[in-house]
Each structure stands twice: as C-alpha cells, then as structure tokens.
Design a protein around this ligand. Structure first.
Ligand code: GLN
Length: 305
C-alpha cells in the first residue's frame, strides 16, 4: 500500500503548481504550495502514509462535518434541519445570493458557509469559548489526538477579515435563522475552521465516519449510525461545493474539502483518507488532493456507484 501511495503522490506532484493557495484569509497565503501528503486509516486501525503527511494545516470547511454532528447531538435532527436545508446549491461555498431569494430564507445545506454558521449557532454551551471547547473535545476523541488545538494566527486573520461570513451571519440573524449574539456565533465558526491538523488526524475523522459514528481505536460510539450516514450523504451531495457532482462521477466517495488544502474522505466500512495540498482550483478544492483521490479510487476500486 505504501508503494501505491508513493506512486500516486509522484504522479500528481505536477498539479501542485497548477492551483493557487487561498489568499482571502491572509494567514493562509503564507504556505508552501508544493506540499503534498496522504494518510489512509484502515478498518484494522493501521495507517498508510506517504509524502508530507505530517505537515500541519487548518481544517477549514472539513470542520463542518463534525460541527453538524455536535449540533444534531445537542438539538436533534428536526430542530437542526428547521434552520438549515438538505439541498446542494450549485453556488460557491461563500455565496450569499440564495439566502435572500429562496423562501423560507434558510441556508441550503450545512456544508456551505451560511449553513455551517447557522449550525455553529446551535451548539450548546455558555459562551463561544465553551461551545468551541465542546467541539474541540469531540475532535480530540475522534482524531485520538489530545494535542489538537487552533492555529491562532489563522483564527485571528479570519476573524479580522471575514466580512463575507459576517454578512451571511447578520443576514441570517435578521431573518431569524440565528439567535443570540452574531459575533459570538462567528467566533465559534472561525475557531472551528482554524483547528490545526495533519493528514493522519483527517484520515481518522474519515475513518470515524466510515465506521458509522464509532471511534475505531476505542470502540466509543459518539453518534448514532443514522447521523454518521446523514453526514456522509451531505459529503457526497455538497462536500466539494459546486464541484460535488463532478467529484461523485470521477471519484465516487463521500469527501469534504477545506480551503486550507485538506480533503477528508470516508469510504464506508473500508477506510478514512486524509489528503493535503494547499494549491486550490477556482472552486476552492485542493487540485492535487483531488488528483490523489481520483487515482486512489481507480486503483482500489473505491467508487460505490
Ligand atoms: N474558513 C473558511 C471560510 O469561512 C472556510 C471555507 C472553506 O474551507 N471552503 O471562508
């Protein structure tokens, strides 16, 4: 397996020069675009590694999967989906346009920014700190990594410049999707996006979802099977934003990308995969990461379609 991973890393290396690292969050611009790494966590608990698998990056939108899980654990499915929809958008991840033109005015799904901000508002806790710490505790269990924390520079950079997200949040407050203090809600969201991980952590998130809500290494059930399946379904329909349809055809597995350059994939009852390469395509997905998953899917016959 490690030979296969090294082979596909070399095959996709040229793609790292094709995309651009995210620059709208200033702290993300300072990363070396040539990083390329992969980790597979299999159902025996074994890790398969290649390339820059230990390089740190921030979760960004990958965090939306587990924040949705915590919001459902805290509130139940019905209450969460009263505030956020279940449909793909066809628009960019930070698009504002549909919020106003659809009725009722709720974000279309929890994998776009508007939906994830609405989800963050549903996490229980006293203030933003406590809410975020509950989410972080969940990530630490799932990743089997007590050291997990945030990259403060990225957090502050996003907090300072996240005006598009602010616009989405204030609009949602106005139409009653979000209750409470908008800046507090955004603070939880900016923190969750800034959680610092490597490919191993991300593969373990994938493995946990592949294993239907049970942490494989400890046997602890964190979420009901149905909740894990709901999240994987969102990953298929909305996980790669407005490239989700094409990704389903080319790769055929549930996956969630983030503008930090990571992609988390969950192959049901087979494996979790974490890939990282910071150069992105115009839709905000890692170009070389996408290439790695496409080749891996062909080599190991992973597509479930
Ligand atoms: N923190 C990023 C943002 O809100 C997350 C977006 C992403 O990863 N696509 O813009």
């Amino acid at each position: 397996m490690n030979d296969l991973l090294s082979k596909i890393i070399e095959k996709n290396r040229h793609l790292t020069s094709k995309g651009k690292v995210a620059s709208y969050i200033p702290a993300l611009e300072r990363v070396n675009p040539e990083y390329l790494g992969i980790c597979i966590a299999d159902m025996k608990g074994k890790l398969h590694l290649a390339g820059d698998y230990g390089q740190k990056f921030t979760l960004q939108s990958i965090s939306k999967t587990i924040s949705l899980m915590l919001a459902i654990i805290d509130n139940g499915t019905e209450k969460v989906f009263n505030k956020v929809g279940m449909e793909p958008t066809g628009d960019a991840f930070n698009s504002i346009v549909k919020l106003e033109i659809i009725s009722p005015s709720k974000p279309l799904n929890p994998m776009i920014n508007a939906g994830a901000i609405a989800v963050a508002s549903l996490i229980k806790g006293e203030g933003p700190e406590e809410k975020f710490n509950r989410l972080l505790a969940l990530f630490r269990k799932i990743c089997q990594n007590e050291k997990l924390g945030i990259n403060k520079e990225v957090y502050l950079s996003e907090k300072e410049t996240g005006n598009r997200n602010r616009a989405l949040a204030y609009f949602m407050k106005d139409v009653g999707i979000i209750d409470g203090d908008v800046e507090d809600v955004l603070d939880v969201y900016f923190r969750q996006c800034s959680i610092e991980v490597d490919c191993v952590d991300v593969a373990r998130i994938g493995l946990f979802l592949a294993n239907n809500g049970v942490v494989l290494e400890t046997g602890e059930r964190i979420a009901e099977e149905k909740v894990a399946k709901t999240i994987k379904t969102f990953m298929v329909t909305c996980g790669m934003y407005n490239a989700s349809g094409e990704f389903a055809i080319n790769v055929g597995i549930p996956a969630k990308s983030g503008v930090g350059g990571g992609i988390m994939a969950a192959v049901p009852l087979r494996m979790g995969i974490g890939v990282f390469s910071p150069a992105l395509d115009e839709k905000g997905n890692s170009i070389a990461g996408y290439g790695l998953l496409k080749d891996l899917s062909e080599e190991l016959d992973l597509s479930f379609f």
